[in-house]
Design a protein around this ligand. Structure first.
Ligand code: BEZ
Ligand code: FE
Length: 298
């Protein structure tokens, strides 16, 4: 390849320009980024026109962002990077994590166990019952569990401000003394990720579909435990095998069983038939925090 030596010298010079970065992790991340980016360019040799297009494309991604729309997260999601970052940070033992997604953009309203997070009452009624525990099986009381989901038509509240009140499909719960909480809701639908921006153009140009299987998001936080960001997926949903953002893990697929029992429906304050999902979430202990004096000594 013409100029190989010159391109290698350029890469070395840029890597070296970060040599004096005081924070060692920042230095490592930037030098690695330069090596990999330069490697990509050396291998694929984009034309100037292609490079300009890439810059225009990333500019459009940024311009599409606003307080309730995060096109950069969406781009990271469809390229599988969000899922890769989740996976490399995962520890074994607890419930598997999956992507945060771009719709955790408003604070979830505080709710009590048993509350209904569906403020409109239009879809198939569902009851979700969760138990949060440590890896040794002991229940975790007082854990915060943040929940968000789309409605039965596949839209989050922030996507339909004229139809859904803000906070619809969302709730911030606390577990009881047995580590439990439950809530009423509608069974969420599978849905397309937003396609009216540059990420939609990418999917369209590459003949990829935009759909995600039906799911409910969770962030679980308990003192002394690693925060967990995950979903449960509805077991009979389409697209479980071709999620547009590569986020399905087999262990997170949960049966939303049909319940016809009127007595059980009354107890759960819903009408029969309804769909019931019951599952456990296990969180891992936080890694030991370095004592302050050791941090300074580095
Ligand atoms: C979501 O599940 O909310 C989501 C995740 C990634 C991209 C788009 C949506
Ligand atoms: Fe979602």
């Amino acid at each position: 390849m013409p100029g190989t030596e010159a391109t290698k010298a350029l890469t070395a010079a840029v890597v070296d320009s970060f040599h004096d970065t005081p924070d060692p992790r920042l230095r490592e991340l930037l030098q690695g980024l330069v090596r990999h980016l330069h490697g990509y360019v050396r291998e694929l040799r984009p034309t100037m026109k292609e490079w300009e297009y890439a810059v225009e494309y990333l500019t459009a991604v940024g311009q599409k962002c606003d307080p309730t729309r995060q096109e950069f997260i969406l781009l990271s999601d469809v390229l599988g990077v969000s899922m890769l970052v989740e996976t490399v940070n995962e520890q074994s033992g607890g419930t598997e994590s999956t992507v945060l997604g771009p719709f955790h953009v408003v604070e979830s309203p505080k709710r009590d166990s048993g509350d209904n997070i569906d403020l409109l009452g239009t879809g198939t009624p569902g009851v979700v019952s969760v138990r949060v525990m440590a890896v040794d099986g002991s229940p975790l009381a007082g854990a915060n569990v943040d929940v968000w989901q789309c409605n039965e038509d596949g839209f989050y509240d922030v996507q339909q401000p004229e139809i859904q009140p803000l906070g619809n499909g969302r709730g911030l719960f606390r577990t009881d003394h047995e580590g439990r909480l439950w809530f009423r809701t509608v069974v969420p639908s599978h849905y397309p990720i937003p396609t009216d921006g540059p990420v939609g153009l990418l999917l369209d140009s590459t003949e990829r579909h935009p759909y995600r299987p039906a799911h409910i998001h969770f962030i679980v936080e308990a003192d002394g435990y690693r925060p967990l960001t995950t979903h449960i997926f509805v077991a009979d949903s389409p697209y479980l095998d071709s999620d547009a953002v590569f986020a399905v893990k087999e262990s997170l697929v949960v049966d939303f069983a049909r319940v016809d029992d009127e007595e059980e429906a009354r107890r759960r304050q819903v009408t029969a038939p309804f769909r019931l999902a019951e599952f456990d979430i296990t969180v891992e202990p936080e890694k030991n925090v370095e004592p302050e004096k050791n941090k300074d000594a580095r």
